[in-house]
Design a protein around this ligand. Structure first.
Ligand SMILES: [Fe+2]
Ligand SMILES: [Fe+2]
Length: 489
């Protein structure tokens, strides 16, 4: 149900009449937990201190869905009490918050390792322990306000909306989307290494596709009439009508396996970009809190409506990159079924919900439509920026040499951090809050920019890491000492 290609969310596009505001969308309630900020800060640190969320020995986490590194150091550095601004959504604070939120949400889902449960039983029990769940629940509203609060400022729904206007607006979005080539697909195809780029994209979507429909399935319980059963029909398609090999997540496993990727849930946790986590979390955010039910059906309607074309473009791209060896059936199946799901969601869920619950629910539905597109756009931007940087690590090595030749001074650097790494130390990926210059003084550093994407930096060499980019570092010599200079704008 993930959607990629973004439609502009201009004020005009949100107002079907261009007229004066007829219905004002209610703002998201503040975190409103009644808990003092200093207590929240303490709970956040306690939450992140769970050994399950500590650094891991390997970049790929094999068959243990409970190991989900958060980066405790980042958590202690940041204060999550204020909403981030849009320009901060790829910051280190955003990454830490999105990772924690994803963990909080996913304690509602069942994960089991494929093999050797006995060896992982302690992790299983810790992940689903009351302590982990209660701490997660205490910090969740604060983290949600931190990472999604900017949407309240950004999206203003005005105009004389009606059920017909919502329907034609959704159709307008579908029409525009179907004329699009999808920027992320074009970015993969024009990469100097399209295979690596395509794998990077599959990894970004795996966080959602391997548990497909889990967030929206939260709307199936309860009692609310025929709309409930229509939502159920969409879910049972995603769940393959109980035939495991037809379950959409199983189809996606086959796509990953035929590309040589692991199919364990969150094996590539370290490489999930902040934007991808935001998109996964957004579905949970609106589907878990049932006061956001109408926002959720707006998001589901637009997600389902646009996904068909997205899947067509993904399938074409995978075939072009991997030839016959890739199984594209996951995408081919969605190309057919999500055109149908989009119609079902618009005609059998959104329209009857408005008819039954009244026009006052329309702004929330439109808010869901707009917010999903906004978060999708961020996920796309993040992926393309990461790809551009990771594809040009040599160029960024040369940039570091030039910066070094030019001489570092107080005018070019703001802070300097010195780090010592030892070979075999546990690893973590982080996001950079500013463009930074990494200079290796001794030993050899391996800087990782994604799965299978890294560069070695010898003593005397350096690398420029761009703001917002995800990177991890390890030493490939017994000891490596390096300096990180945060560069001024
Ligand atoms: Fe599906
Ligand atoms: Fe679907």
């Amino acid at each position: 149900m993930r959607e990629f290609s973004h439609m502009p969310t201009t004020a005009e596009s949100r107002s079907p009449t261009g007229g004066a505001a007829a219905i004002k969308a209610p703002a998201t309630p503040a975190a409103g937990t009644g808990i003092a900020p200093e207590d929240i800060k303490r709970y956040v640190q306690l939450y992140a201190a769970n050994p399950l969320f500590g650094h891991h020995d390997e970049w790929v986490i094999t068959d243990n869905p409970f190991r989900r590194p958060v980066d405790h150091q980042a958590v202690t550095q940041h204060n999550f009490s204020q909403p981030l601004k849009r320009e901060e959504v790829f910051s280190s604070s955003a990454l830490a918050a999105q990772r924690m939120l994803f963990n909080v949400y996913e304690t509602d889902l069942v994960f089991l390792p494929d093999k050797d449960f006995a060896a992982k039983r302690a992790d299983f029990e810790s992940f689903y322990s009351n302590e982990n769940k209660l701490l997660g629940e205490l910090i969740r509203p604060t983290l949600e306000a931190h990472v999604f609060g900017f949407l309240d400022e950004e999206i203003d729904i005005s105009g004389k909306w009606s059920a017909a206007a919502v329907k034609s607006y959704l159709q307008h979005l579908v029409d525009n989307h179907e004329r699009s080539e999808l920027d992320i697909v074009s970015a993969v195809l024009s990469s100097p290494d399209p295979e690596k780029a395509a794998l990077a994209l599959l990894i970004q979507v795996a966080g959602d596709f391997l548990t497909e429909s889990s967030a929206s399935a939260r709307n199936l319980l309860g009692k609310f009439g025929p709309v409930q059963s229509e939502l159920f029909k969409i879910a049972i398609d995603d769940y393959g009508y109980g035939v495991h090999k037809a379950k959409h997540s199983t189809l996606f496993e086959s796509t990953m396996a035929t590309c040589g990727l692991a199919t364990d849930a969150h094996a590539y946790w370290h490489f999930y970009l902040t934007g991808s986590l935001a998109l996964n979390n957004y579905y949970h955010y609106v589907c878990r809190d049932h006061s956001k039910f109408f926002r959720a059906i707006g998001a589901i309607a637009v997600g389902e409506s646009l996904f068909a074309h997205t899947c067509r473009k993904f399938s074409e791209m995978l075939r072009a990159v991997f030839g016959d060896r890739v199984d594209t059936y996951y995408f081919d199946e969605h190309f057919h079924i999500d055109a149908h799901h989009g119609r079902m969601a618009a005609e059998n869920v959104v329209a009857p919900a408005i008819a039954k619950y009244g026009d006052s629910v329309i702004p929330e539905i439109v808010r869901g439509i707009e917010e999903l597109q906004s978060i999708t756009s961020l996920a796309d931007t993040d992926f393309m920026a990461q790809l551009a940087w990771a594809d040009d690590l040599q160029g960024h090595k040369a940039a570091a040499a030039r910066a070094r030749q030019g001489g570092l001074s107080e005018e070019t650097e703001s802070t300097k951090t010195t780090v010592v790494l030892r070979e075999g130390e546990p690893v973590i990926t982080r996001a950079c809050d500013a463009d930074s210059l990494w200079l290796v003084e001794s030993g050899t550093l391996e800087l990782v920019a994604g799965h299978g994407s890294s560069i070695q930096i010898q003593a005397g060499e350096g690398l420029v890491v761009r703001r917002g980019r995800l990177q991890g570092a390890s030493s490939v010599s017994p000891r490596c000492l390096y300096h990180v200079y945060q560069l001024k704008d």
